[in-house]
Design a protein around this ligand. Sequence first.
Ligand code: URA
Length: 207
Amino acid sequence: MDNVNVVRHPLIQAKLSKLRDRDTGRFQFRLILEELTALMVYEITRDFPVQRISVRTPLETMEGVELARPVVLVPILRAGIVMLDGVLSLIPNAKVGHVGVFRDAESLQPVEYFVKLPPDLGEALVIVVDPMLATGGTAAHAVSMVRQRGASDVRFLCLVAAPEGVRAFRRVHPEVPIHTAALDRQLDEHGYILPGLGDAGDRLFGT
Ligand code: URA
């Protein structure tokens, strides 16, 4: 599929298998989800531009680098919030915006209930995160919210995607790259991903 990057690193695939396992408890689920996010971020930031800086080691001055553009991380509430620490462990000075969008259980349409974003989105590299890309409605809506507020360089990071969700997202945002650890088979009649990992929010928060 166009503009979809499935990261097949062995560590990522091994951790994802553990996350999928129904016997993985809440505490471990949360830890693995954070670790997996950090590994994914390491992979997907390879093309981030850097700028040269001067660094003084204890012995002499040398040329080093730093990220050239600010990074803004936008977790989609509520499961996306747990991915935050995974990203911040690698990019600690990233700014964080929040968007609250949930999927109406009957219509499966996105409903917006909260938005708070940093002001300078135009120059930032924006990563919108949610563990699951299911119908694609919520993710597409969240990315639209971010773009309407000035973001021009946006990528979407999830851990498990469904083909239906990728196609729906693509129709709205053909140029926004999707990074995922897995592209699963299909959605069931309730909008859950098969084989998937169940309801990420419920497994994280015990709801
Ligand atoms: N959201 C989830 O948490 N799991 C799915 O399978 C689909 C959407």
